[in-house]
Design a binder for this molecule. Structure first.
Ligand code: KG4
Ligand code: ZN
Length: 334
């Protein structure tokens, strides 16, 4: 059996083939960094046009590598949201048309759920578990009961963690997207050099806020132009990591769950990986982190999540539409 996954929610076009019988994946990703870098951020119309150009060759390439024609695909899954509407439409329309032509089922995959299941695609995780999603567009905590039932425990009230990394990197002159560059700079810095704020860390609330941190960095650089960039980057990163680890541990303690699954581009951050592992081990909680290629946007997680949903409740109706924001009512159970 071959499951095709398609991802086009933002600035990566990706196609993957997943074989549930042996757990094998074949994937091709087309990144758009060069297209958007001159603008300092993703330009939605340019992203959609790039998806249009690359999606069909990527599908042909993964099928070619698997040694099958499109007719060998048994299930088609595409990201339906959240994301950029025009970008999502490319993958969703392509996927629905292909499924219809091949007369195979189609699954509209929720991108947040896919990030949660990225780690599960590599290593079996038993239910229930707490999920922390830390991407460029989202930061949230979920209590996951089973394959199709979960509830939202907390979410960011302003910037996402990845956005905090990217905006911080921009202030430090590290370019776009700067999360990776900021964390590389932080490696040689002193994380105790600057006392940046950790917002909403008292009480039982599981929401996040990162916009004050970004402003604190802006003012710090204005007032301390001679500051050592590596120290500032390390201190800034530490503030983000402290909040993410603190809230994840609070969620685990409040719910009594013994497993924590993390997904999204920011979990590529080595400091966050190490601190989460340390804090969870101290509480007897098992942590599941995706390997590097499964942290940032990819189609393997879309194929895997689509297959899990299909196993749980069958295919989607052909009139499934895109959505741009995360709403648990878009969840697989709905
Ligand atoms: O999950 P993702 O690929 O896209 C969304 O769904 O948003 O996440 C991208 C985010 C960006 O904000 C990027 O700066 C951040 O992940 N990121 C990192 C690192 N690598 C990627 N943030 C911190 N440290 C990293 N090493
Ligand atoms: Zn993502």
């Amino acid at each position: 059996m071959y499951v095709l996954g398609l991802e086009s929610s933002c600035d990566e076009t990706a196609a993957a083939l997943y074989q549930p019988t042996n757990g094998m994946f074949i994937e091709r990703v087309a990144r758009q960094f060069a297209t958007h870098a001159p603008y300092g951020g993703v330009v939605p119309e340019l992203a959609s046009r790039r998806h249009l150009e690359t999606i069909d060759p990527l599908v042909a390439a993964v099928c070619g590598e698997a040694g099958i024609g499109a007719g060998g695909i048994d299930l088609v899954c595409a990201t339906a949201g959240p994301g950029l509407a025009g970008a999502l439409l490319v993958g969703l329309c392509y996927g629905k048309a292909l499924a219809s032509a091949l007369e195979v089922p189609f699954i509209a995959v929720n991108h947040i759920e896919a990030h949660v299941y990225a780690a599960c695609a590599e290593r079996a995780v038993a239910f229930p578990f707490i999920a922390l999603v830390v991407s460029g567009g989202h930061t949230l905590l979920l209590d996951v009961e089973d394959a199709v039932h979960y509830s939202l425990l907390g979410r960011t009230r302003d910037d996402a963690a990845g956005e905090a990394f990217d905006k911080g990197a921009k202030i430090l002159g590290l370019g776009y997207p700067g999360g990776q560059a900021l964390s590389a700079l932080a490696e040689t810095g002193n994380a105790d050099a600057v006392a940046f704020p950790r917002a909403m860390m008292t009480g039982t609330n599981l929401d996040f806020s990162f916009s004050g941190l970004k402003t604190a960095l802006l003012y710090y650089m204005r007032d301390n132009p001679g500051a050592e960039p590596a120290d500032v980057a390390a201190s800034y990163q530490e503030a983000i990591v402290d909040v993410l680890v603190g809230k994840a541990m609070l969620a685990v303690e409040q719910t009594g769950r013994k497993r924590l699954v993390v997904g999204g581009g920011v979990i590529a951050n080595q400091r966050l990986r190490a601190e989460l592992a340390r804090a969870a081990a101290a509480r007897g909680v098992e942590v599941y982190l995706p390997s590097m290629p499964l942290c940032t946007d990819n189609a393997r997680m879309i194929a895997y999540r689509g297959w899990v949903v299909h196993e749980a409740r069958g295919g989607d109706a052909p009139d499934t539409d895109v959505y741009t924001t995360f709403d648990p009512r878009n969840a697989a159970a709905a």
